[in-house]
Design a protein around this ligand. Sequence first.
Ligand code: PCA
Length: 204
Amino acid sequence: METTTRALVTGFEPFGDETLNPTAQIVSQIAACDWPGFDLQTAVLPVDTYVAPTRLRDLLARYEPHIVLLLGLARGRVALSLERVAINLLNFAGPDNAGNRIQDQPVIPGGPAAYFATLPVREIVERLRKEGIPTEVSYSAGTFLCNQVFYTALHWADQSRLDARVGFLHTPAAPAQVALGDRLAPSMALEMMLNGVRRILEMA
Ligand code: PCA
């Protein structure tokens, strides 16, 4: 019998003073690829602390994915960073795109302090590095939108008992966004980031 793996991959729109978000580009390229054996859904989430989790919960409820891979930009990271843990804390350094500033609030009131990623993080990171893609395990997804949607998805997986594999990948900036801007930062070619995401989905 043929089995299909339902996978949800999300990225984010640009935020703060970023002119682009490579994760939105990765998601649109992933959506355009052929995925034999996968039923793949993609979305680009708004950087809005109220709208993003609502949109994500809708997608999760509608598709009941087996794999959830959330992507976000983390300018300054030197490699693809696969996050190990999501914490139940929102504490923004600046406003989100709707102007919301949140300090010391839980993602889910009454939820556990943290959830661990349910992807095989260590194995994936080691494999990607062997394949020539700079990748690291990260132990903090921050306290902004990325951590918020990661926690939201892990909470959903825990509550729904669907045994979904949920992970979050932070990416460095794309070369174009640092080359043309005033602030230099490490960057990675979009093509390589795309390959990394593809391999993570295959391994998940
Ligand atoms: N990165 C931000 C939110 C959106 C994004 O791409 C973060 O790391 O929280």
